[in-house]
Ligand binder design. Sequence first.
Ligand SMILES: *[C@@H]1O[C@H](CO)[C@@H](O)[C@H](O)[C@H]1NC(C)=O
Ligand SMILES: *[C@@H]1O[C@H](CO)[C@@H](O)[C@H](O)[C@H]1NC(C)=O
Ligand SMILES: *[C@@H]1O[C@H](CO)[C@@H](O)[C@H](O)[C@H]1NC(C)=O
Ligand SMILES: *[C@@H]1O[C@H](CO)[C@@H](O)[C@H](O)[C@H]1NC(C)=O
Ligand SMILES: *[C@@H]1O[C@H](CO)[C@@H](O)[C@H](O)[C@H]1NC(C)=O
Ligand SMILES: *[C@@H]1O[C@H](CO)[C@@H](O)[C@H](O)[C@H]1NC(C)=O
Length: 928
Amino acid sequence: MGTAPGPSPTRSGGKRCQWSVWAVPVVALLLQLCAAFNLDTQERVVFTGPRGSYFGYSVEFFTNSSSISILIGAPKANTSQPDITEGGAVYLCPWSQANCSIINFDKQGDRYFYINDVNTQVEFKSHQWFGATVRSHGNSILACAPRYYWRTEHDTPFSDVTGTCYLSVDSLKTFVEFAPCRTGELTVMTDGKVVLGGPGSFYWQGELTGMWNGGDFYLPIDFSFNRMGSYFGYAVAATDINNDGLDDLVVGAPMFMRRGSNGRLEELGKVYVYLQRGPLLLEPSRSHLLGQQAFGRFGTSLAPLGDLNQDGFNDMAIGCPYGGDDQHGLVLIYNGHDGGLMDTPTQTLSGQWASSSFPDSFGFALRGNKDLDQNGYPDLIVGAFGADKAVVYRARPIVSASASLTVQPTMFNQEEKTCELFTGNETIAVSCISFCLLANGKHLPSHLGKVQLDSVKQNQKESIRRTLFLDSQQPSLLKTLSLANGQRSCHDAKIYLRAEEEFRDKLSPIYISLNFSLDPHASVDQHGLRPVLNYQTEQRIEQKAQIQLDCGEDNICVPDLKLAVYGDRTEVYLGDENSLSLTFNARNEGEGGAYEAELYVVLPPEADYSGIARNVSLTQLTCSYEAENQTRYLVCDLGNPMKSATSLWAGLRFTVPRLKYTYKTVEFELQIRSKNANNSESEVVLYELQVAAMADVILQGVSLPDKVIFPPPNWSVSQSLREEQDIGPELQQVYELVNNGPSVVSQSTLEVRCPLRAYGHPLLYPVEVLTEGPLSCSSKHTFNALKLKVRTHTHTHTHTHTHTHSLVHRIQRRELYRDLLADQGNLTCSAVECWQLQCNVGLLERGASVILSVRSRVWAETFIERAYKQYVMECSVQYRVNRMPYSIPPKLKPSGSKKVPSSEIVFFLVSYKCNELVNFSVFTCECQ
Ligand SMILES: *[C@@H]1O[C@H](CO)[C@@H](O)[C@H](O)[C@H]1NC(C)=O
Ligand SMILES: *[C@@H]1O[C@H](CO)[C@@H](O)[C@H](O)[C@H]1NC(C)=O
Ligand SMILES: *[C@@H]1O[C@H](CO)[C@@H](O)[C@H](O)[C@H]1NC(C)=O
Ligand SMILES: *[C@@H]1O[C@H](CO)[C@@H](O)[C@H](O)[C@H]1NC(C)=O
Ligand SMILES: *[C@@H]1O[C@H](CO)[C@@H](O)[C@H](O)[C@H]1NC(C)=O
Ligand SMILES: *[C@@H]1O[C@H](CO)[C@@H](O)[C@H](O)[C@H]1NC(C)=O
């Protein structure tokens, strides 16, 4: 391959050398090319040399017609040469066997000449660094020892390091020493060819890389400026990166410094790319590559790789021997394109040895663009002299594959059943669809593909796959295809849409996707490698299908949803269950159906759902009650679709039991929602209820007995009043104050007034007050003022003591008003003197009550004197609710009064008529 070694070099003044060209010809590269992501790191082969020998300082391929090997320089290796320490060696490592042997370029020790009869050492091969560079071309190998020196008469050791090289041109059969020369930068060949090299680069790196045919050489770089300090040109490579047929130039500057954001200089290293636009006309590429890690020495080595990814552009490996974790070293693979090299690497190789005190220098030497295993893809050798290792990375074959997926028809029509599916003893009609998988490409593997349907739904929880494969009735199909290279394979399958009842979502597209990949379990190829799919391959293809909707040509439904809500109350009461019915009217006034239309009701925290309202005029809905986070809501199905021009009435029942005193309103939020893409929701309707305190307080009163008949039976006038019954017949008024709710009453008053005397005549003798419940009473009048013996009673009622007030004057003054009383028939407090009782009523829950009873004696003496006259004696009672225990003020504080005919004092029976009063259910009895 390429040109034969040029003529022997001759010294050409100063420190310049002429060298034959060992350049890689830029002619079309063999076979298919490869991709940079495909260097196989699993199957890499590691060669290890003697410890400390710097094995891997240089690396090279060596091919002849029958075999291919690797050459590895170890410039500090000990050899069998007599009396020479660490002279350096080049190892030959046959690819097929992972063992290496030293190539005997030179078996001799140092030469001695007799100078002035003194046997003088004129050659110094110890520490000469033989193998620091090694290059091969065809069956020729050139290896050099840059620190070799030849002593002249006046020389002192190492004062004139000339270096030397050895050459074998016939497959390692004969070896010749090749005259040394000094370091050079640019070597002009006698045949007009130019060899470009960096300062000292041949000896140190052996980069001898470009060949330029004829003409003047123009490089748009000023070598004099400070790039020299960045070791610009430390590595140089020439290869056609932009595929224009002209070699381009890549130059490493591993110690390039950049001023970082903090103003400090960072040594990152840089690789410059110059595109050859015309013969020897170099133009800087748009972007140069900058190292990412300080002191990583990015650009120390460069290796053209050939076109790795089959894109027509050659690729490049760039060494960064002190980069990576623990400075183990990295090799970065960059792809070429028509503007130069890509900005980011497609693959990164790293040294993987246990850390040692000495850096591995992985990537210090690189060599690529040669197919070691003859699998058609060029391979890469990476040297790591710090670890005395060299690693061979072989390229995996690349599969370029493409697939296509066709869904036909893309519209499922639920009405149009073209296929039938037999399930058990029943045949149901289904919709049908077919799809086709196409695949082609170079180097297709034997296995390909997995086809998956309705893939989007698959990732949504709780959703059902709407389409199934007809054959398997499964939502996905896994198929392994065997394809020969270049073969195109097409497959059909039928899928069907499930029955309408089995899913709700008719709107969203059904995605049908095809994923394919190389079979990970496929066996390795004949070279022990697994193919890799081109990293740019689209491995997933997706098509979508729609379900035919009743929405005209474009299959787009635009509903217009309207909601109106009516309730059977506007107020809710504290303390009450507050049952509530909401009736709503849902309409779709749009052109198209609303799919998955739902009434969405957000319940206020105070409310509970009790059920749907059942009424012949109302639609019976199906509702589900759900809670998410703190929100409880009701979702009622309104149809799928809720067709255009639908108007439905339905009702929902709730209770609102958990009213809080602090909120004045309770709000229900109602909305119709659908899954349509356009105009999918109605306005939100708020139904608001006012929170109110309200108590229905009832006062009831009764007089026992309701008639006192004179003369009282078994009663006789006593001469002295000792016991209460000596006064006259007993009369008891019982009052009950009931809170019928719903709200709580915390404080109220009750006031009772009853006739005491008229015109000096005592009418009633109040004996005692008995209470039940949270009630405390007081009066200005003294009860049982005569301290008569009180009849014992079984009740454990509280005895209200009232303060004393004398009633003793009644007898003296009685005669004076005798006639006046006789004229009176109605003994009411407006006409006669009454006693008063004031009572405070405490907290009354809903349904609670207090009972007050007042026991008196009718002054028999007063009435007996006026026989056959009928009196109606009337007590009046008043209540007033003063407080309710809420911050919301009650709408109304109940109050009321009642006149209770305490008794009718009759001398014969009369009939009664009772009237109920509406307010607060007070009723009074009127006597005729
Ligand atoms: C070479 O041999 C010398 C002397 O035996 C020894 O000191 C040195 O370590 C050896 N070097 C290597 C790289 O083996
Ligand atoms: C390499 O190893 C093989 C067997 O492992 C042996 O036959 C062969 O001679 C060795 N070659 C060298 C150069 O050591
Ligand atoms: C090829 O090189 C190998 C060493 O790698 C050598 O043994 C063999 O003889 C060479 N063959 C030819 C034809 O030069
Ligand atoms: C299958 O046939 C049986 C008996 O003929 C019948 O009772 C049953 O309903 C059928 N099943 C279906 C799904 O139609
Ligand atoms: C529930 O809470 C989560 C996380 O806070 C939120 O993403 C989600 O939208 C909430 N759901 C509702 C119905 O508010
Ligand atoms: C007593 O009151 C009733 C109704 O309140 C009335 O009809 C009647 O005339 C009154 N009688 C007397 C004597 O005032």
